[in-house]
Design a protein around this ligand. Structure first.
Ligand code: SAM
Length: 208
């Protein structure tokens, strides 16, 4: 049975706030400032969709947003968000099962990769990469390990918990940085949060 965040939709945001305070929110809000006006934006794994509220607060109109989220309970919540006058297409599916046109200026993957095995990460990365225009921006937020003992422990607890509740497949973080390097992305800006356990990074797609 594949991973499914449905079971966690009703408590996900509250649990995240309880454990991390505003760190996971701030990491994503930090990234939103890099979205140019009138951009064509792909958001993958937006969870309950609060990122749509935040994005539309900063840019209330002119954006064309495609919002791909696999869990139906997450999607139901996302559809209730305030999206201003931005155009939003909601697609309830796994990103690897949809083929969005390759015309996005910006893609956002907020805490999408942490529950993937290396092989799923490969598949998902390739799919999203194919949708991003050359010189487009990939706004990436996720956990990282920086040799602080408690990070490894907290990560293990978190992955075990979500394995139990949502049947996620991973028991360690996939190496996403390696994939950005392999596909010739360049990191242009970054900031860390929660004592470096969380990274928000802006990558530019340098393919021709
Ligand atoms: C760890 S949660 C993060 C939610 C949100 N970004 C946040 O920070 O609150 C990961 C989300 O990605 C969704 N997801 C997982 N795999 C996906 C896939 N292959 N395609 C689209 N969404 C996916 C899950 O349903 C879940 O809502």
């Amino acid at each position: 049975m594949p991973a499914n965040y449905n079971n966690s939709a009703w408590f996900y945001d509250r649990l995240s706030r309880l454990v991390y305070g505003r760190a996971l929110i701030n990491a994503q809000i930090y990234l939103l400032r890099f979205i140019p006006a009138k951009a064509n934006v792909l958001i993958v794994g937006g969870g309950t969709g609060w990122i749509l509220d935040e994005l539309s607060r900063i840019q209330p109109s002119g954006l064309k947003i495609t919002y791909v989220e696999v869990a139906s309970n997450m999607m139901t919540r996302s559809k209730k968000r305030n999206t201003g006058s931005n155009q939003v297409d909601f697609i309830q599916a796994a990103i690897e099962n949809v083929s969005p046109p390759a015309n996005f200026n910006v893609v956002i993957t907020p805490f999408l990769f942490d529950s993937f095995t290396e092989s799923t990460a490969d598949n998902v990365f390739g799919h999203i990469h194919a949708a991003l225009k050359p010189k487009g921006l990939w706004l990436y937020a996720d956990f990282q390990l920086t040799k602080k003992w408690w990070q490894q422990l907290l990560l293990k607890l978190m992955l075990r918990f979500f394995k139990l509740i949502c049947n996620i497949e991973a028991s360690r973080l996939p190496d996403v940085e390696k994939r950005f390097e392999r596909h010739n992305y360049k990191g242009v800006e970054e900031q860390t949060f929660f004592y470096d356990f969380v990274i928000a990074k802006v990558y530019s797609n340098n393919q021709r």
